[in-house]
Design a protein around this ligand. Structure first.
Ligand code: GLN
Length: 484
């Protein structure tokens, strides 16, 4: 077993005492990123010069005793659908290969204010549509625990950056599980905040009623620190919540003794493969061992979640992606005689196969004559799923499920079968539909040495509670000391 990874608290202390410098941490991250070919295409851009300049500024502040806070001088990687001023934001698409953002997203602004050093933009499934990171136009990402397997998606590369130790922190985005599922496949912590907790300003929209930005880290405590920095009201996102932000690093220290933990009766055994099921039962025992009490809860509409999620995300994606037309933002097809051909050819050449599938599906479910049968019905089911959760939370404080029904699968295994791929979202997508916060925390390994994740779901704005359970659980287990 290797020595444990340093936490942000450790790095903060070393930086404050002058035992280490941000330029050294940043250089290590950049070198590691450049020598990570065996992990596939992790970065779509590296900010070598600019990151080093930011690190030097952080070191200057440290020297003057004016550090901005725990993230000052800490390297972080961000997913390439989160825009940063003067940097490319490709969203993993050929179509946006030359798009340079004229502004900072809300979260990038917050990270800059906190002094964090953004080292580069990470690979993703094109426009965040996928569960394996195989739908990027720039190549696949490999799982650090087994390089013939996927890292999960769509924020696969952000998860790998943390798992492989390239950066202690990264950001991804969630629409139906894109932070939690790769976190589970790569053996790191991933957080999906309550809808509205983190501003979506500057996150390239996939499905606006579901999208949220969320942290990855090795330590739960570090995810709590990062969430603290990026959460909060932002006027530029009308769905951003005004509710005061909890002090997550403090909240998570509260003991979980006596906490009521809900176990879902309605997950049929077929949802889960046997190894994942065994892992989950062991994790539940461990949480009981920490003093929590388990109660059974029922979520009767959960079985419709994957279907409902794919109707809604495709509908919203088809509307959101209409703006990419070969005139604004994107590259343009050379092959056009009139305006219609320009739109059609640019979109045909610019978008990849999964994105086209969602646009067609979305346009179909929104079209006259089908709207009520598909989109309208999915919206009603979404409401019922949320009500199920609200009723369940009358009986418990958090709900536990596995994060994913299986461990990381081999590269290519589900690529030709979209339905199989979509089913990997069975435990995560319902949470986005309901708008709730959830955390995935590493819960051990399969016989092949592949990580599993435990999902902890909390009521609206109780991310501190979910993080608290994850923190106490992580402290009581050994996996935090393992490395790929
Ligand atoms: N795998 C899901 C999808 O393809 C989730 C994507 C996401 O959360 N961005 O839609």
């Amino acid at each position: 077993m290797d020595k444990a990874r340093p936490s942000i608290k450790d790095l903060h202390a070393r930086l404050s005492q002058g035992e280490t410098k941000s330029v050294d941490l940043t250089q290590q991250s950049l070198d590691h990123a450049k020598n990570s070919d065996s992990l596939g295409t992790l970065f779509l851009s590296l900010r070598e010069g600019r990151a080093m300049a930011a690190a030097e500024a952080a070191d200057q502040r440290a020297k003057q005793g004016k550090r901005l806070g725990p993230l000052d001088g800490i390297p972080i990687a961000i997913k390439d659908n989160i825009v940063m001023k003067d940097e490319v934001a490709t969203c993993g698409s050929q179509f946006l290969r030359d798009y340079v953002s004229p502004y900072d997203s809300h979260v990038v602004g917050k990270l800059k204010e906190a002094g964090a050093v953004i080292i580069g933009k990470t690979n993703l499934d094109e426009f965040a549509m996928g569960s394996s990171n195989e739908h990027s136009a720039y190549g696949v990402v490999r799982n650090p625990w087994d390089r013939d397997r996927v890292p999960g998606g769509s924020s696969g590369a952000s998860a790998v950056c943390v798992a492989a130790g390239i950066a202690p922190l990264s950001l991804g985005s969630e629409t139906g599980g894109s932070v939690r599922q790769p976190a589970s496949f790569c053996g790191v912590v991933g957080v999906k905040p309550t809808y509205g907790r983190v501003s979506r300003y500057g996150l390239v929209a996939f499905a606006s009623s579901l999208d949220q930005i969320g942290p990855f880290s090795w330590w739960v405590e570090d995810a709590a620190l990062l969430l603290q920095v990026i959460a909060g009201r932002d006027e530029r996102d009308s769905t951003s919540a005004a509710q005061a932000v909890d002090d997550y690093p403090q909240t998570i220290q509260k003991p979980i003794d006596g906490l009521r933990v809900g176990l879902v009766r309605d997950f049929t055994a077929t949802d889960l493969d046997a190894a994942a099921e065994k892992n989950f039962s062991t994790a539940v025992e461990a949480i009981r061992g920490l003093g929590a009490k388990t109660v059974e809860v029922s979520l009767p509409h959960l079985k419709y979640a994957v279907g409902c999620y794919y109707v809604i995300n495709s509908a919203e994606a088809s509307a959101n992606l209409a703006r990419f037309d070969g005139v604004r933002y994107t590259s343009r097809s050379k092959d056009h005689g009139n305006l219609k051909d320009l739109f059609v050819n640019s979109r045909t050449q610019g978008f990849g196969v999964e994105v086209k599938r969602r646009i067609m599906l979305g346009t179909y479910v929104l079209s006259a004559g089908y709207y009520d049968a598909y989109y309208g019905k999915a919206c009603k089911i979404r409401h019922l799923i949320r009500e199920d959760f609200i009723k369940a939370f009358a009986k418990c404080d958090v709900i536990l499920t596995p994060t994913s029904p299986c461990e990381a699968f081999p590269l290519g295994a589900k690529l030709e079968n979209p339905l199989q791929m979509y089913l990997s979202d069975v435990f995560t997508a319902s949470i986005n539909l309901a708008g709730l916060p959830a955390v995935s925390v590493p819960s051990g390994f399969s016989e092949q040495g592949l990580p599993f994740g435990l999902q902890i779901i909390a009521p609206d704005f109780a991310e501190g509670r979910a993080l608290g359970v994850a923190h106490h659980y992580q402290q009581s287990t050994d996996w935090k000391d393992m490395r790929p």
